[in-house]
Design a protein around this ligand. Structure first.
Ligand code: DHB
Ligand code: FE
Length: 292
């Protein structure tokens, strides 16, 4: 039986990808950003999943404004890095898991989430930068990835509560997949940032830190944050945080926070990053330790 063992959330700033690709991670500006990811890079060596269900948003790279699915699931065999204007990032092709993706699509539609099915798609920084932050620069990504694209770029975006509910449905759907798979769910984007208009450059550490506190301890409270509140408090792009709620919904209750990081700024963005373990994974680990 497939099981969700952990959740990771991280910002996905494109300049972070460029800093990695251009060998700038040791520069004074970038060093404190990458220091925040040393922990997860070690942890994931012993906790490499078989599959990551990766909630992210496309930034009009593959899903141009002619087609804007609210929720879309990548069912292809593979997904190439998208050309976002400077050529595709020099990172490995992302290998999908079509069987689990098809199962998720079926179960989620049965659960009344009207998913768009994507059988071909390139993936932009929203998906590849988190992979680089967690796995570094391998020849091949060490696990399969199911892209789950959420519309946060074009009004009307889904609510945070709906994303949380989708996460809960993903949890049920993963449990009913017969193959023995270790699955992680990742949420990307955020935290506070605004790239345009008179408030460009907005950062709100108070909002972000409250979000980090509540995400682990009181996620139900975060489910009530409206689109307007995200816009006002976390800037026009801060709404990317609803994908963190999708991750949180997929983990269930009794979750443990293993790691937390917050740093301002990277480019125009407040960088946040958490690693959570599910109750089931923690008790399986305790049992294995007791046996050894
Ligand atoms: C930046 C952040 C983002 O999340 C994004 O999608 C694009 C740019 C930035 O801070 O530059
Ligand atoms: Fe973004």
């Amino acid at each position: 039986m497939a099981r969700i063992t952990a959740g990771i959330a991280t910002s996905h700033v494109p300049a972070i990808g460029a800093a990695i690709d251009l060998g700038k991670t040791e520069e004074d500006y970038w060093k404190p950003v990458f220091a925040g990811y040393e922990w997860v890079k070690e942890w994931v060596k012993d906790n490499t999943p078989d599959v990551v269900i990766l909630a992210y948003n496309d930034h009009a790279s593959s899903l141009m404004l002619d087609i804007v699915p609210t929720f879309a699931i990548g069912c292809a065999e593979e997904f190439r890095p998208a050309d976002e204007g400077w050529g595709p990032r020099p990172v490995p092709t992302v290998i999908g898991h079509p069987e689990l993706a098809a199962h998720l699509a079926e179960q989620l539609v049965i659960d009344e989430f009207d998913m768009t099915i994507l059988n071909e798609m390139d993936v932009d920084h929203g998906l590849t930068v988190p992979l680089s932050l967690v796995f570094g620069q391998p020849e091949e990504w060490p696990c399969k990835v199911i892209p789950l694209a959420v519309n946060v770029t074009q009004f009307p975006t889904p609510s945070g509560n709906r994303c949380f509910q989708l996460g809960e449905a993903i949890r049920d759907a993963v449990k009913s997949f017969p193959q023995d798979l270790n699955v992680q769910v990742w949420g990307t984007g955020g935290m506070s940032h605004q790239l345009q208009g008179p408030r460009a450059g907005l950062i709100n550490p108070e909002f972000d830190n409250n979000f980090l506190d509540k995400l682990i301890n009181d996620p139900d409270d975060l489910r009530t944050i409206t689109r307007l509140e995200y816009l006002r408090e976390s800037g026009s792009e801060g709404i990317e945080l609803i994908m963190w709620l999708l991750m949180r919904g997929a983990l269930g209750y009794g979750v443990e926070e293993l790691h937390r990081f917050y740093h301002v700024p990277a480019s125009n963005t407040a960088v946040g990053h958490v690693v959570y373990e599910t109750k089931e994974a923690a008790s399986a680990r305790a049992k294995a330790a007791a046996k050894a």
